[in-house]
Write a protein that binds this ligand. Structure first.
Ligand code: PAF
Length: 280
């Protein structure tokens, strides 16, 4: 398996594969890969003849005071994970390869990007949509894979692909969790041992929310209150948001009378973690 740094070389390999009639899957990532990413790559390997994993810490999706400069990296480990999952190559461009110094064109997802993470990370989804568009234009995959932990991202990318008539199938894959229920995330590495223990509160609180929904509760306010109350029992936790929105429209709803996303973003110490569940 190779690591490729240029758009030109990536395109030439893809066009060779295309001329051989092979299908291509893309798994876009920012690296520091874990079992959640591995499950996406494995699924892509099952469903496509060739699989590309992109590893690119996309500067334009980070706000000024976010963790771009300290975002964790471990290229050797990532390489081994991609190889063992069966990927064919890693596309790992430098920022200058992706963005000209006078780069000025962005993809704006509109209302679907305004709730949840869009409220506290105003430039985030514009950056995600822009880089995903570029990756789709570079790799031109048949299928592209995203985890449901970033459920809003998944909904936004699906909408963008539909709205812009991009010829790709967007596939959402289930959240992969640690044994104690914490959703796998590259950012979990920031947690101190005490914070790591405290972080299970997200899943605990959401499990209570799910119990309420499964028991027939339809009022968002009741679910938000129950989930928030549980998170507030944890001293190291500070809520960014707890919300119930329509899925995939991502608009706040007072009553669950359609498919809904119950989502949380919580600071554990300085680390912001997200988690969610989608109603049936
Ligand atoms: O989910 C991520 O890791 C990133 O937002 C993505 C999709 C790779 C775009 O940079």
């Amino acid at each position: 398996m190779k690591v490729i740094n240029t758009i030109e070389e990536t395109r030439s390999i893809i066009s060779r594969w295309r001329s051989e009639g092979l299908s291509v899957g893309l798994v876009p990532t920012m690296g520091f890969l874990h079992d959640g990413h591995k499950s996406l790559i494995s699924r892509a390997v099952k469903e496509n003849d060739r699989v590309v994993v992109s590893i690119f810490v996309n500067p334009i999706q980070f706000g000024k005071n976010e963790d771009l400069s300290v975002y964790p990296k471990d290229m050797e480990k990532d390489f081994e994970l991609c190889k063992s999952a069966g990927a064919d190559f890693i596309f790992n461009p430098e920022s200058e390869e992706m963005y000209y110094s006078d780069f000025s064109t962005f993809v704006d997802a509109g209302d679907v990007a305004k709730e949840l993470c869009g409220k506290s990370r105003p430039v985030h989804f514009r950056g995600v949509c822009t880089v995903v568009t570029k990756l789709l234009n570079i790799v031109k995959p048949d299928r592209v894979y995203f985890g449901q932990k970033d459920a809003q991202q998944l909904a936004i990318v699906k909408r963008m692909v539909r709205d812009l008539s991009v010829d790709v199938e967007v596939i959402g894959c289930p959240i992969i969790r640690e044994e104690d229920g914490l959703a796998k995330s590259s950012r979990n590495v920031y947690l101190s041992p005490d914070e790591r223990k405290a972080a299970v509160i997200l899943n605990k609180a959401l499990s209570r929310g799910k119990e309420l929904v499964d028991g027939g509760e339809k009022r968002s306010s009741k679910i938000i209150r129950a989930v928030s109350d549980i998170i507030s029992t944890e001293k190291l936790a500070r809520i960014d948001y707890v919300d119930v929105v329509s899925f995939p429209q991502i608009q706040h709803i007072e009553t669950i009378n359609c498919q809904a996303l119950v989502a949380v973003a919580v600071y554990i110490g300085k680390t912001r973690l997200i988690d969610n569940f989608i109603t049936e």
